[in-house]
Design a protein around this ligand. Structure first.
Ligand code: BES
Ligand code: MN
Ligand code: MN
Length: 461
């Protein structure tokens, strides 16, 4: 039997144990943004180090100013094979609101919403623990049946969901150790449950927080209201100004560096069976609010955006309180595409706010990170090999997709380590990533593992 066949058979025979290992990881509450879970983040990192060591990787937990980074290294038996760097993140988003979960978020379970359709339910199931374990399990099958087909370095971080503050520095300090021929990433989605996708475009992200200060203290709105500036009003007006009636973002020079799709890609996207109405209906809405002259797929895959993610100010408790607040704040995110420069967007935004500040108001700015958009060259040899491997596993051509989401470190892989990233993931739009009742298809876990075995094999040929 050929080596790959043995590996695939091993994966099939090992499904129950693989699921048990994933459940162990899912039970660890590795919420990166909340200091209450610092120990759990270490635990999740250590669990992965143990897994990798079991597979013969030279692996360790590397400290950072934040949560530790897992690095593991393994060599192929053959000398002339490519060196890949696999990246994933073991941290997860906070599980709240808890009351909306059908079962506790860190008690993973297998559910069967309809006959012969099984799903894994837990925080992190699809983002990113289930996904990263597809790669680890593929490595396990290689190890248990023979040798690794490529030289493999594994890099798991524990701060992706908080914007990866420690990773860029870690990459810079350990360049020689981490540089490979290609980065592999399993943190994106499929086209649908039966159709794989390779994500060739990933949006960048600029995260900005603004605090508007007015009076020196909260005031009685009867005694001072009408005469004293209200920071919530100021903030609301700035927010309202950020889009025009056509859905464009109004920041000066915001669209500089935004490129149009290559003709053939635009054509492929138009021909994809994507039902805008159904996509919107699924989340309870009906009319797209983005740029009027763009399709919904473009809006989420290849156009830049500005969103307010949260507003805080004044009295938000029960009942009412006649207060004139001294400050108001909001959190903004900008998704970037093409050659848009994260620093320029942040600068333009700050200037935009300052220009609109009335007398007696001050603005305070807090940056929560910035990363550029990414584009994999459509002509790359790696892409054709991955396409063939996915075709063999799923019996269907992989969609060359864009992605609305962002993975902050991917830009640094390209800029600082000169590596392209091959992004193949098995998540679905209805996986409820970041939401209550997050799930991962059992078929994604199983066939995702088989897909990585095929991809690694194809890269080494
Ligand atoms: N896995 C996602 C990125 C993603 C989302 C890829 C959707 C493909 C489709 C990642 O974990 C994520 O959530 N990224 C954040 C960025 C971050 C700084 C919190 C995002 O995109 O909002
Ligand atoms: Mn993720
Ligand atoms: Mn995420």
């Amino acid at each position: 039997m050929a080596a790959l066949e043995k590996v695939l058979e091993r994966i099939d025979d090992n499904q129950e144990q693989a699921l048990a290992r994933l459940f162990q990881l899912l039970a660890i509450k590795s919420v990166s943004t909340d200091p209450a879970y610092t120990d759990d983040c270490v635990k999740a990192g250590q669990f992965l180090v143990d897994q990798l060591q079991e597979l013969g990787f030279e692996a360790g937990l590397r400290p950072t100013a934040g949560h530790p980074i897992v690095v593991g290294k393994a060599k192929a038996a053959r000398p002339d094979v490519p060196h890949v760097l696999f990246y994933g993140h073991y941290d997860v988003q906070p599980a709240d609101p808890l009351e909306l979960w059908q079962t506790p978020p860190f008690e993973p379970r297998l559910a069967e919403p309809e006959p012969s359709h099984k799903i894994i339910v837990a925080r992190g199931a699809t983002d990113d623990k289930g996904q990263l374990m597809t790669f680890v399990e593929a490595c396990r099958a290689f190890k248990e049946t023979g040798d690794f087909p490529c030289n493999i370095t594994i890099l798991f971080e524990g701060e992706e969901e908080s914007g990866s503050p420690s990773l860029p520095g870690f990459l810079a300090e350990n360049k020689a150790e981490l540089k490979a021929d290609l980065a592999l990433i399993c943190d994106t989605g499929m086209w649908d449950r039966k159709t794989p996708a390779i994500t060739t475009m990933l949006r960048g992200l600029v995260l900005e927080e603004v605090v508007i200060h007015g009076a020196t203290r909260d005031l009685h709105s009867g005694m001072f209201g009408g005469a004293v500036v209200n920071p919530i009003h100021v903030l609301s007006k700035i927010i309202a100004d950020l889009h025009d009636a056509e859905g464009h973002v109004t920041l000066p020079e915001f669209y500089e560096g935004v490129t149009e799709l290559p003709k053939d890609v635009a054509k492929q996207w138009r021909e994809l069976p994507f039902d805008e109405h159904h996509f919107l209906k699924d989340v309870g809405v009906s009319i797209p609010v983005g740029e009027k002259d763009r399709s919904v797929l473009e809006m989420i895959w290849s156009r830049p955006t500005c969103d307010v993610n949260g507003i805080i100010g004044g009295y938000t408790g029960k009942g009412s309180k006649t207060v004139l607040p001294a400050q108001a704040s909001a959190k903004f995110s900008f998704r970037l595409v093409g050659q848009q420069k994260p620093e320029k967007v942040a600068e333009s935004f700050r200037a935009f706010v300052l220009e609109r500040l009335p007398a007696d108001c001050k603005a305070e700015f807090i940056s929560h990170g910035a990363s550029p958009a990414l584009q994999l060259p459509f002509s790359s040899e790696v892409l054709s090999r991955a396409r063939r491997a996915l075709q063999a596993e799923w019996g269907k051509e992989a969609v060359l997709a864009g992605s609305g989401g962002s993975i902050p470190i991917v830009g640094a892989f390209k800029q600082d380590l000169g590596m392209d990233s091959l992004m193949v993931g098995f998540g679905l739009d209805d996986d409820r990533a970041h939401s209550p009742n997050e799930k991962y298809e059992l078929s994604s876990f199983h066939k995702g593992t088989r897909s990585w075995a095929r991809i690694l094999n194809a890269l080494a040929l």
